[in-house]
Design a protein around this ligand. Structure first.
Ligand SMILES: Nc1ncnc2c1ncn2[C@@H]1O[C@H](COP(=O)(O)OP(=O)(O)OP(=O)(O)O)[C@@H](O)[C@H]1O
Ligand SMILES: [Mg+2]
Length: 258
């Protein structure tokens, strides 16, 4: 089992779009995949068809509130084979505040909570780091960082790298950066080309070769509550996320060999 936190302290950079579509691509390759939604906004859960406004199911919030030892009863199957989700809900936000202010050092997940029967466990994180996100970073094998190819994105990346550094020093020395990749790339704009070039110069091998372009089919797939590889497999966005997923798998394989 390999665990990956998709992380960027900046909002709206494509964390949720990426985590759902990578999870979809892995499941399509028959990899048993669990997506854990750490964001009270619950966008990843909704993207996978798990919307608390229209469905009655337990969430990560219930797992924490009940102080359960076993995470399995809180995991939901999705409409997609091999793809399961530990969903979130807005109520998690009260809890986030409570944890940050009153129980800062209390972690709810332990390594033993992560079900070994999955090939991959992916975490979607909220833009503002709360203790749940730190908790996931403390247990995870890898961090994957999407960066919007826009001017101010580089500040968000610096902040994210600092967070990873802090986690390595205090919580999880084995945490590795799996890669950084550009998202919402519009090759027609100068700024996007410059930001990508800058990222490649600064971060060299950490940069993934695949870049995710702007593609409205990704938003359409979100609205349809499906990963794009299932909604419109021929779309450019689907092909790019499939290529990114292939790169992720190759990097992990290579890393585990060394
Ligand atoms: N490659 C893309 N092309 C077009 N639209 C995109 C692309 N990636 C993401 N979007 C859109 O941009 C918006 C923000 O994306 P997303 O929700 O994935 O970001 P996020 O980092 O998870 O945001 P938050 O920090 O709020 O959780 C969404 O409306 C999404 O549909
Ligand atoms: Mg999100």
């Amino acid at each position: 089992m390999t665990s990956i936190v998709v992380l960027n302290n900046k909002g709206g950079v494509g964390k949720t779009t990426s985590v759902v579509n990578i999870a979809g691509a892995l499941a399509q390759k028959n990899k048993k995949t669990l997506l854990v939604d750490l964001d009270p906004a619950a966008s990843a859960s909704v993207h996978l068809g798990l919307d608390k406004n229209t469905g009655d199911f337990k969430t990560l919030c219930d797992f924490i509130l009940e102080g359960a030892d076993d995470v399995h009863p809180f995991i939901r199957e999705t409409a997609f084979k091999h793809l399961h989700c530990l969903p979130s809900e807005p109520a998690l936000s009260d809890f986030y505040d409570e944890m940050v202010h009153e129980q800062e050092d209390r972690f709810f997940f332990e390594r033993g909570h992560l079900p070994e029967r999955y090939d991959y466990i992916l975490f979607d994180s909220p833009p503002n780091m709360g203790s749940l996100a730190f908790n996931a970073l403390a247990l995870a094998d890898y961090v994957l960082i999407p960066v919007q190819t826009q001017f101010l994105a580089l500040n968000g990346l610096q902040l994210t790298l600092k967070t990873v550094d802090k986690v390595r020093r205090h919580l999880n020395p084995d945490l590795k950066i799996l890669g950084i990749f550009g998202t919402q790339y519009d090759r027609r704009t100068r700024v996007a080309r410059d930001v990508l070039e800058h990222l490649r110069q600064q971060h060299g091998k950490l940069m993934m070769k695949t870049v995710i372009g702007v593609n409205s089919k990704l938003t359409e797939a979100y609205n349809a509550q499906k990963p794009i590889v299932f909604k419109t497999p021929a779309a450019r966005g689907a092909r790019e996320y499939a290529a990114l997923t292939q790169e992720i798998q190759s990097r992990i394989k290579k890393d585990k060999r060394t």
